[in-house]
Ligand binder design. Structure first.
Ligand code: 0GY
Length: 295
């Protein structure tokens, strides 16, 4: 497999300036491969996108902190993510992907290393299997650590996954709004089903992220904004935002991260909503000890 690059080499400086303390709550690191090899089961083989590049981008975009989500190309070996967190001087925390056989002491070590959640990935093009029974066991075991569960799926799986998600005892964060078809507009069947799901499940949060993947129109992503902004308004305490850098698998439509940041004021119309989206909400999940939450 050829190693591919899916991120912009010189993203623009955003016109929008995030408030001090803003968190990019969905990004990844790849490698460096020489230190942290990719999984034998990886479905894509990216070029290195290590912590130095991530933190330089964070500064360029005007963010203060990162949440690094373990990417599928590293499988259940979380060392690249932990390495980036360790280099961040407590300005990054992470979400791990773990093997069902993981021991409690290994979970404790991940917590010490800055992990605050586990991710369950249901995308067939990214993972070979997604065993719900095993995931549920993991979800029950990480509850004692105060972690949450991140679930990644596409809209056609929502109905099937509802009983599974209802059995999860922790907060759940759904990546990229469960990937609805935003070309159908804010009243389209998939985004409405997702909104109804959020209405009925107060422990479920979502990331209003991934304009570059979800938009059928491309920049300036009007279709994405029209579907995502109502979620920020209705579920102001349960939304997160992230760049999704280094944009796995987006090599054919590499987004400008500066332009993605400029979507924030369109997604969150007031300063109050923007503070919740970028600071208050992610801080509760990832740095709870700093905001008087559980820790
Ligand atoms: C994302 C999306 C993707 C990839 C991964 O773990 C991953 O490899 O999450 C994707 O290809 O849709 O959230 O970064």
């Amino acid at each position: 497999m050829t190693r591919i690059r899916s991120w912009h080499e010189a993203p623009s400086k955003p016109r929008y300036t995030p408030p001090p303390g803003a968190v990019d709550a969905h990004c990844h690191v790849f490698g460096p491969q020489a230190e942290f090899p990719f999984s034998a089961k990886a479905k894509y083989l990216p070029q290195d996108a290590g912590p130095e590049t991530l933190f330089a981008l964070r500064n360029h975009l005007g963010f203060s902190r990162n949440v690094i989500v373990q990417a599928s190309c590293h499988g259940t070996d979380n060392r690249a993510t932990l390495n980036a967190i360790a280099k961040s001087e407590d300005s990054a925390r992470g979400v791990a992907v773990v093997d069902p056989e993981i021991s409690d002491s290994e979970l404790d070590a991940l917590h010490k290393g800055g992990i605050r959640g586990v991710r369950f990935n249901f995308l067939k093009r990214l993972v070979d299997d997604a065993p719900k029974d095993k995931f549920l066991e993991i979800a029950k075991r990480i509850e004692r650590l105060g972690w949450h569960v991140v679930v990644y799926f596409e809209a056609d799986l929502l109905d099937e996954l509802i009983p599974f998600m209802e059995a999860i005892p922790t907060t759940i964060v759904i990546d990229h709004m469960g990937r609805p078809d935003v070309s159908a507009g804010p009243e389209g069947a998939e985004i409405l089903a997702f909104r109804n799901f959020l209405r009925g499940h107060p422990n479920v949060w979502t990331k209003v992220s991934c304009a570059e993947r979800l938009s059928a129109q491309g920049a300036p992503f009007d279709d994405f904004v029209e579907s995502a902004a109502p979620l920020v308004e209705e579920f102001e305490d349960r939304v997160l935002w992230g760049t999704d850098w280094p944009h796995p698998n987006m090599q054919d439509a590499i987004p400008d991260d500066g332009a993605l940041v400029d979507l924030i004021p369109r997604l969150a119309a007031t300063e109050r909503l923007r503070r919740k989206l970028l600071i208050d909400n992610p801080m509760k999940l990832y740095w709870p000890e700093e905001v008087g939450g559980e820790g």
